[in-house]
Design a protein around this ligand. Sequence first.
Ligand SMILES: *Cc1c(COP(=O)(O)O)cnc(C)c1O
Length: 225
Amino acid sequence: MPVQTENLQAKLESVQERILRAAERARRDPAQVLLLAVTKVFPAGVIQDGYELGLRDFGENYIQEFETKAPQVRSLPGARFHLIGHLQSNKSRRGVELFDVIQTVDSAKLAKRLNEAGKPIDVMLEVKLSPEEAKSGASPSELPDLIAAVRALPNLRLLGLMTMPPWSREPEASRPFFRQLRELADQHGCRQLSMGMSNDFEVAIEEGSTCVRIGTALFGKRQKV
Ligand SMILES: *Cc1c(COP(=O)(O)O)cnc(C)c1O
Protein backbone atom coordinates (compact mmCIF):
# COMPACT_ATOMS: atom_id res chain seq x y z
CA MET A 1 0.00 0.00 0.00
CA PRO A 2 1.41 3.44 -0.86
CA VAL A 3 2.49 5.47 2.18
CA GLN A 4 -0.19 8.09 1.57
CA THR A 5 -3.01 5.55 1.48
CA GLU A 6 -1.69 3.90 4.63
CA ASN A 7 -1.69 7.28 6.29
CA LEU A 8 -5.27 7.91 5.17
CA GLN A 9 -6.33 4.51 6.47
CA ALA A 10 -4.91 5.30 9.93
CA LYS A 11 -6.65 8.68 10.01
CA LEU A 12 -9.91 7.19 8.80
CA GLU A 13 -9.82 4.53 11.50
CA SER A 14 -9.16 7.16 14.14
CA VAL A 15 -12.06 9.37 12.94
CA GLN A 16 -14.40 6.36 12.81
CA GLU A 17 -13.39 5.39 16.33
CA ARG A 18 -14.08 8.92 17.57
CA ILE A 19 -17.50 8.90 15.85
CA LEU A 20 -18.31 5.60 17.59
CA ARG A 21 -17.31 6.91 20.99
CA ALA A 22 -19.25 10.16 20.59
CA ALA A 23 -22.36 8.25 19.49
CA GLU A 24 -21.96 5.92 22.47
CA ARG A 25 -21.75 8.88 24.87
CA ALA A 26 -24.96 10.28 23.38
CA ARG A 27 -26.63 6.83 23.39
CA ARG A 28 -27.10 7.08 19.66
CA ASP A 29 -26.73 4.47 16.93
CA PRO A 30 -23.42 5.27 15.15
CA ALA A 31 -24.96 3.98 11.90
CA GLN A 32 -27.12 7.12 11.99
CA VAL A 33 -24.04 9.32 11.55
CA LEU A 34 -22.76 9.64 8.00
CA LEU A 35 -19.08 10.40 7.54
CA LEU A 36 -18.89 12.86 4.65
CA ALA A 37 -15.29 13.09 3.43
CA VAL A 38 -14.56 16.66 2.36
CA THR A 39 -12.12 16.50 -0.56
CA LYS A 40 -12.11 20.12 -1.76
CA VAL A 41 -8.73 21.32 -3.04
CA PHE A 42 -7.38 17.74 -3.19
CA PRO A 43 -7.01 15.91 -6.53
CA ALA A 44 -9.43 13.24 -7.77
CA GLY A 45 -6.93 10.54 -6.72
CA VAL A 46 -7.70 11.34 -3.09
CA ILE A 47 -11.39 10.54 -3.71
CA GLN A 48 -10.35 7.26 -5.32
CA ASP A 49 -8.11 6.41 -2.34
CA GLY A 50 -10.96 7.15 0.08
CA TYR A 51 -13.35 5.07 -1.99
CA GLU A 52 -10.99 2.09 -1.87
CA LEU A 53 -10.96 2.37 1.92
CA GLY A 54 -14.75 2.21 1.97
CA LEU A 55 -15.79 5.86 1.96
CA ARG A 56 -18.81 6.50 -0.26
CA ASP A 57 -19.90 10.08 0.46
CA PHE A 58 -17.72 12.99 -0.61
CA GLY A 59 -18.16 16.72 -0.08
CA GLU A 60 -16.97 19.36 -2.53
CA ASN A 61 -17.29 23.14 -2.32
CA TYR A 62 -16.86 24.45 -5.83
CA ILE A 63 -18.68 23.57 -9.05
CA GLN A 64 -15.71 24.50 -11.22
CA GLU A 65 -13.26 22.42 -9.23
CA PHE A 66 -15.47 19.37 -9.14
CA GLU A 67 -16.09 19.61 -12.89
CA THR A 68 -12.42 18.78 -13.43
CA LYS A 69 -12.47 15.81 -11.03
CA ALA A 70 -15.91 14.39 -11.86
CA PRO A 71 -14.86 12.46 -15.02
CA GLN A 72 -12.48 10.36 -12.87
CA VAL A 73 -14.83 9.64 -9.98
CA ARG A 74 -18.44 10.18 -11.01
CA SER A 75 -18.96 6.57 -12.08
CA LEU A 76 -17.57 4.87 -8.95
CA PRO A 77 -20.46 2.54 -8.00
CA GLY A 78 -22.36 3.76 -4.95
CA ALA A 79 -20.35 6.96 -4.55
CA ARG A 80 -22.39 10.04 -3.67
CA PHE A 81 -21.23 13.61 -4.08
CA HIS A 82 -22.51 16.43 -1.90
CA LEU A 83 -22.15 20.10 -2.70
CA ILE A 84 -21.34 21.85 0.57
CA GLY A 85 -20.20 25.21 -0.78
CA HIS A 86 -22.39 28.14 -1.80
CA LEU A 87 -24.24 27.69 -5.10
CA GLN A 88 -25.10 30.64 -7.31
CA SER A 89 -28.51 30.20 -8.89
CA ASN A 90 -27.08 30.66 -12.40
CA LYS A 91 -25.04 27.48 -11.84
CA SER A 92 -27.93 25.45 -10.45
CA ARG A 93 -28.40 23.28 -13.53
CA ARG A 94 -24.73 22.28 -13.48
CA GLY A 95 -25.03 21.62 -9.75
CA VAL A 96 -27.87 19.17 -10.31
CA GLU A 97 -25.93 17.40 -13.07
CA LEU A 98 -22.76 16.99 -11.00
CA PHE A 99 -24.05 16.31 -7.49
CA ASP A 100 -26.34 13.86 -5.71
CA VAL A 101 -27.05 16.16 -2.78
CA ILE A 102 -27.01 19.95 -2.59
CA GLN A 103 -26.56 20.82 1.09
CA THR A 104 -26.47 24.59 0.66
CA VAL A 105 -29.91 25.66 -0.54
CA ASP A 106 -30.50 29.03 1.12
CA SER A 107 -33.13 30.84 -0.93
CA ALA A 108 -36.45 30.16 -2.64
CA LYS A 109 -34.95 31.51 -5.85
CA LEU A 110 -32.17 28.91 -5.82
CA ALA A 111 -34.66 26.17 -4.92
CA LYS A 112 -36.85 27.12 -7.87
CA ARG A 113 -33.89 27.06 -10.25
CA LEU A 114 -32.80 23.64 -8.98
CA ASN A 115 -36.32 22.35 -9.52
CA GLU A 116 -36.27 23.66 -13.09
CA ALA A 117 -33.22 21.53 -13.89
CA GLY A 118 -35.81 18.80 -14.35
CA LYS A 119 -34.15 16.00 -12.38
CA PRO A 120 -34.95 14.81 -8.83
CA ILE A 121 -32.33 16.02 -6.37
CA ASP A 122 -31.79 15.63 -2.61
CA VAL A 123 -31.33 18.94 -0.83
CA MET A 124 -30.56 20.34 2.58
CA LEU A 125 -31.17 23.90 3.68
CA GLU A 126 -28.21 25.87 4.93
CA VAL A 127 -29.06 27.88 8.02
CA LYS A 128 -27.05 30.84 9.22
CA LEU A 129 -27.17 30.96 13.01
CA SER A 130 -24.71 33.75 13.71
CA PRO A 131 -25.09 37.26 12.32
CA GLU A 132 -21.34 37.82 11.89
CA GLU A 133 -19.40 37.60 8.62
CA ALA A 134 -20.72 37.45 5.09
CA LYS A 135 -21.60 33.81 5.40
CA SER A 136 -24.36 32.32 3.29
CA GLY A 137 -27.41 30.59 4.67
CA ALA A 138 -31.03 31.39 5.42
CA SER A 139 -31.78 32.99 8.78
CA PRO A 140 -34.02 31.08 11.22
CA SER A 141 -36.79 33.62 10.55
CA GLU A 142 -36.63 32.94 6.79
CA LEU A 143 -36.71 29.19 7.32
CA PRO A 144 -40.47 28.52 7.54
CA ASP A 145 -41.15 30.13 4.13
CA LEU A 146 -38.11 28.47 2.57
CA ILE A 147 -39.16 25.04 3.84
CA ALA A 148 -42.67 25.53 2.50
CA ALA A 149 -41.28 26.62 -0.88
CA VAL A 150 -38.96 23.62 -1.14
CA ARG A 151 -41.64 21.14 -0.10
CA ALA A 152 -43.87 22.45 -2.88
CA LEU A 153 -41.25 21.76 -5.57
CA PRO A 154 -41.68 18.30 -7.10
CA ASN A 155 -38.02 17.66 -8.03
CA LEU A 156 -36.61 18.60 -4.63
CA ARG A 157 -36.47 16.11 -1.80
CA LEU A 158 -35.80 17.87 1.49
CA LEU A 159 -33.47 15.81 3.68
CA GLY A 160 -32.84 18.30 6.46
CA LEU A 161 -30.77 21.24 7.66
CA MET A 162 -27.10 22.14 7.47
CA THR A 163 -25.05 24.72 9.34
CA MET A 164 -21.52 25.95 9.85
CA PRO A 165 -20.89 27.80 13.14
CA PRO A 166 -18.29 30.56 13.33
CA TRP A 167 -14.85 28.99 13.46
CA SER A 168 -13.43 28.53 16.92
CA ARG A 169 -10.48 26.62 18.31
CA GLU A 170 -12.76 25.51 21.11
CA PRO A 171 -15.20 22.75 20.04
CA GLU A 172 -17.61 23.58 22.87
CA ALA A 173 -18.17 27.01 21.30
CA SER A 174 -20.11 25.24 18.52
CA ARG A 175 -22.51 23.43 20.85
CA PRO A 176 -25.17 26.17 21.15
CA PHE A 177 -25.31 26.47 17.35
CA PHE A 178 -25.69 22.71 16.89
CA ARG A 179 -28.38 22.61 19.53
CA GLN A 180 -30.24 25.46 17.86
CA LEU A 181 -30.13 23.69 14.49
CA ARG A 182 -31.55 20.55 16.04
CA GLU A 183 -34.37 22.55 17.64
CA LEU A 184 -35.19 24.17 14.29
CA ALA A 185 -35.20 20.76 12.61
CA ASP A 186 -37.54 19.38 15.28
CA GLN A 187 -39.89 22.35 14.89
CA HIS A 188 -40.11 21.86 11.15
CA GLY A 189 -40.12 18.08 10.92
CA CYS A 190 -36.72 17.83 9.24
CA ARG A 191 -34.89 14.59 9.99
CA GLN A 192 -31.29 15.04 8.96
CA LEU A 193 -28.72 17.40 10.43
CA SER A 194 -25.47 18.14 8.61
CA MET A 195 -23.24 19.66 11.27
CA GLY A 196 -19.77 19.15 12.66
CA MET A 197 -16.34 19.43 11.03
CA SER A 198 -12.83 18.22 11.96
CA ASN A 199 -12.55 20.35 15.07
CA ASP A 200 -16.06 19.92 16.51
CA PHE A 201 -17.68 16.77 15.08
CA GLU A 202 -17.88 14.95 18.41
CA VAL A 203 -19.86 17.80 19.95
CA ALA A 204 -22.08 17.79 16.84
CA ILE A 205 -22.78 14.08 17.25
CA GLU A 206 -23.67 14.62 20.91
CA GLU A 207 -26.16 17.24 19.71
CA GLY A 208 -27.76 14.96 17.11
CA SER A 209 -25.73 15.33 13.90
CA THR A 210 -26.54 12.78 11.19
CA CYS A 211 -23.78 13.95 8.84
CA VAL A 212 -20.33 15.10 9.89
CA ARG A 213 -18.32 16.86 7.17
CA ILE A 214 -14.67 16.05 7.68
CA GLY A 215 -11.70 17.24 5.65
CA THR A 216 -8.57 18.08 7.63
CA ALA A 217 -8.81 15.18 10.11
CA LEU A 218 -8.74 12.73 7.16
CA PHE A 219 -6.62 14.37 4.51
CA GLY A 220 -4.44 16.85 6.40
CA LYS A 221 -4.15 20.59 5.99
CA ARG A 222 -5.38 22.14 2.75
CA GLN A 223 -3.37 24.59 0.66
CA LYS A 224 -5.04 27.99 0.71
CA VAL A 225 -7.05 28.67 -2.46
C1 LIG B 1 -14.14 22.71 4.16
C2 LIG B 1 -15.44 22.40 4.79
C3 LIG B 1 -15.57 21.35 5.72
C4 LIG B 1 -14.40 20.52 6.22
O1 LIG B 1 -13.67 21.25 7.13
P1 LIG B 1 -12.50 20.58 8.00
O2 LIG B 1 -12.30 21.53 9.12
O3 LIG B 1 -11.32 20.48 7.09
O4 LIG B 1 -12.96 19.25 8.43
C5 LIG B 1 -16.85 21.07 6.20
N1 LIG B 1 -17.92 21.79 5.82
C6 LIG B 1 -17.83 22.81 4.94
C7 LIG B 1 -19.05 23.56 4.56
C8 LIG B 1 -16.58 23.16 4.41
O5 LIG B 1 -16.51 24.20 3.57
